[in-house]
Structures are given as C-alpha cells and as structure tokens.
Design a protein around this ligand. Structure first.
Ligand code: SF4
Length: 458
C-alpha cells in the first residue's frame, strides 16, 4: 500500500507559484521513460556494476480499493488465479534477473522492500512465497537486512503479519491517511477508525521493530483541529516513523476527475497544516528527515528510508518496479488508468522467462542527469548535501559549478541556508523544506521536462 503518496511529477494542475508542484521521490520520473528500441540485455547492463550492496524491491500491484488520490501502478482486486499467476511471473523474472547478475562476483542485497499496491493483498501463504522468491531466487538474506513492507489496515491481518515478522520484516508501513472517518471518505478511502486502531494493535503485537504511519493533509473539510486529532491518534501508538503527505489531485485518479485549476486557498491550507503537523511532531520528540518524513528520536536506526533512493544499484521485480544501474533506469510500461494497468499486468503474467532478460522501457542517465539526481535527492533531505561527497563522486566539481543559477534562486527565496555557496554543506531552511515539492521540479533537466510533457497519459 501505501503511501498515499508518490504523486507524478509535473502532473499537478496548480500554477508555477504553488508550493505543490510534484513529489519527486525518484528522478527521472517514469513518464520520462521510453520504449528502448534495442531491448538491451540485462547481463550486459549489469556487467560492470558494483553488486555488493544492491537494493531489492518487489512490487505487488493489487489493492482492495483504489484510493481517490492514488496514481500508483495498481489494480482493484484480482480475479481468481491472478495473484498466483503474478507470483509465477515474478519467480520467472527473479530467475532471469539473478542469472543476468552473474556468478563472477558476489551479489549482495543490502536492503529489501515489498511495495505496491498493497503487498498484504496477498494471502499469508502467498507472502511466504514472495519471501521465498526474494531469498531463494534472488539470494537476498531477508533476516539480515532492513526489510520494509507496505500494508493497508484491512489487509494487515494477524496471519499475514506473523509471516512477515518471522521472515525478517523490520519496518511495516501502514497507510492510514486519516483517523477521521469523514475525512477518509472525502479522500475516497472509506475506512472506520475502529478498524484502523485494531490494525495498529495487530502490527504492534507482531513485534515488527519499526511502525510507520502515513497521514494526509489537505483533505476536503479537514481543519487544524481535526488534523491535530489525527496526529495525536497516530502518536498514541508511538510510531517510530510518520510520513505526512500533502494531498495531491492528479489526472486519471478518482479525485482527479473533479480536478479544477490552481487553488491558492488550498495551497495555503496545505502549507498551514504542514507547519502545524511539523511543529507538533518536533514538539513530541520526532526529528524531521525530509518534508514528509519524521522519525522518533529514539527509534532504532533503519537503512531503508527514502534516502536510499539516491544510491544506484536497485533491482526491481514486478511489472510496476523500476531498476537502476548507473547508466540506465528501466521498468515496464507505465499507466495510471485502470484499463491500461490491467492490460500491462495481464501482459506481464503471460511472459516467458526469456523476456525478462531484457530491459524494455527506460531512460539513459548521462553525467548531467546523474549530478542532478544526486543534488535533488540529497538537497531534499533535511541533513542536506555534503559538497565533499559531490566532489568525490563527480570529478572534483561542486554543486555551485553545475547548478549555480538554481542555487542562487533558492537562496534568494530564503530556501537555502546561507547564500548557496557554502563550501561544505548545502541545506534547505525550514521554509525550503516546506517548498520541497517546488524545488524538486525546478531541478529537472530540460530533456526530462520535455519527455514528461510529451508523455501521453493513459
Ligand atoms: S490505492 Fe492502493 S497503492 Fe494507492 S494509496 Fe490506496 S492502498 Fe495505496
């Protein structure tokens, strides 16, 4: 499940002045990927890549309902046999990918995650199989690395959680969004608070070390009071992590059908609720990691948070997952509309193993894009970007050499601590962090921007 979260960059309908342009959780976005005419072989793509600290991601594209704000690659429900056929295909893909990684040097996974969709849409027995695929086909040692799993309240059942805990899950992320039943309905995610509380109790009973709760602000009818009530309801569970997501309305989603144009009043409401939420969590012993992420100061350390996205070397399995080498990001076809998604999933489950030895859709990452990606994904973290890391990675260049104009603009708006020329650390101010969703898109390259604009939504 999840994270109500991962909006599509460049697709919101607000004007350029809005702090809410798009959530840049990965760069470049999949709407900048294109069919790769040469269908490169994975063994060639991975031959020269370091393989001793890869990330593994398994994508399960099924949910019980489609939340009104969600544009993730997922379908509602699954006809008889589809989840089994999907796991069969996942197994074929895992075997093909593992073979492509080769045996010449050790392959080691440093983190693992099951995302979606809602991984816990699978039954307990199917989750066992999912873990088997990660362990036996890919060689990931799930009990030895951080393993993060997304779940919805209705599917976080005791039997599934028991499997996940036993197989080594270190972090369970529950998409709650709101503890207020009326707000949950307004976000087109009907659920009752009593059911959410019961799910949280089951997660705590399962003994998974890190509980993350996702909440959304900016819902129709949400007030400062009701927002604080949701925050306090979440805090009562002492979650190790909390993600606070601004609501986005995106094309082709349930809420998107009612989308209007820009809405300064809504922007102001979201900014107000953001500041309120941030200050509330800071006052309750949480540390801010990024605009959305807060971690309890005494929580056990985790390796697999959104900062890990910055590293190269990601193996994604499943039809909505991306994989990253240093020079190519790739995946399968992408869609948001339900009909198209169903078609892509049906196509995925019908593929023979040989198909999975190639990359089909993707985007090449040249030196400029690699620098942008590093800047973007470091700068949007509260701890900022260390310029010596940047220098070491990019031949002695500095962020100011490559992005001086952008950094001066951010500094002039009060978003950057100092004047943007600090020689050791580039860090956003609190207002800069609040405007993360405007800063990210401003750092997209002209080529990525053009590809995203030319992408035909489906
Ligand atoms: S539709 Fe599924 S993936 Fe999207 S937010 Fe809801 S539970 Fe998460």
């Amino acid at each position: 499940m999840t994270t109500a979260t991962r909006p599509v960059p460049g697709t919101d309908t607000s004007g350029p002045a809005s702090p809410y342009q798009s959530y840049v959780y990965a760069y470049p976005h999949k709407t900048a990927y294109r069919k790769l005419p040469d269908r490169p072989r994975l063994d060639a793509l991975w031959a020269a890549e370091p393989k001793d600290a890869l990330s593994l991601y398994l994508h399960i594209p099924f949910c019980e309902v489609r939340c009104g704000f969600c544009n993730l690659f997922t379908r509602i429900g699954a006809p008889d046999g589809l989840t089994g056929a999907y796991l069969d295909a996942l197994e074929r893909q895992a075997s093909a990918v593992r073979e492509a990684l080769g045996e010449r040097e050790p392959v080691r996974f440093a983190t693992a995650a099951f995302g979606g969709g809602t991984p816990t849409f699978l039954t307990a027995a199917e989750l066992e199989r999912l873990c088997d695929i990660a362990e036996h086909r890919m060689g990931a040692d799930l009990r030895a690395v951080p393993l993060s799993v997304e779940a919805s309240p209705a599917t976080a059942t005791a039997d599934r959680l028991e499997v996940l805990a036993a197989r080594g899950t270190t972090r369970l992320s529950l998409g709650v969004q709101s503890f207020d039943d009326t707000e949950a309905r307004a976000a087109v995610r009907p659920q009752r608070r009593a059911d959410v509380e019961a799910a949280l109790a089951r997660v705590r009973d399962a003994g998974i070390p890190v509980l993350n709760i996702d909440l959304i602000y900016g819902i129709d009818g949400q007030t400062e009071r009701s927002w604080l009530r949701s925050l306090d309801a979440a805090l009562a569970w002492h979650p190790e992590e909390l993600y606070l997501y601004p609501l986005y309305i995106r094309p082709l989603t349930g809420l998107g059908r009612r989308a209007g144009g820009t809405d300064p009043a809504w922007d102001a409401q979201r900014l107000r609720l953001y500041r309120l939420g941030r200050d509330h969590l800071l006052a309750h012993g949480y540390e801010q990691q990024s605009m959305r992420m807060f971690r309890r100061a005494d929580a056990p350390p985790q390796g697999a948070d959104d900062y890990a996205c910055q590293t190269d070397g990601m193996i994604g399995l499943g039809c909505g997952a991306r994989s990253y080498t240093a020079a190519l990001h790739y995946s399968f076809d992408y869609a948001v509309g339900m009909h198209e998604i169903r078609g892509i999933i049906d196509d995925y489950v019908s593929r023979p193993a040989a198909d999975f030895a190639h990359a089909e859709y993707g985007r090449r990452i040249d030196a400029d894009e690699a620098r942008r990606r590093h800047l973007l994904q470091s700068l949007l973290q509260a701890e900022g970007l260390r310029t010596d890391d940047y220098r070491a990675r990019f031949d002695g260049r500095t962020p100011a050499d490559d992005f001086g104009a952008e950094l001066s603009r951010f500094a002039a708006r009060g978003w950057l601590a100092g004047d943007g020329t600090d020689s050791t650390l580039l860090r956003l101010t609190p207002e800069g962090l609040a405007h993360s969703d405007a800063i990210g898109p401003e750092l997209f390259s002209p080529a990525v921007r053009a590809a995203m604009a030319a992408y035909e939504r489906k």
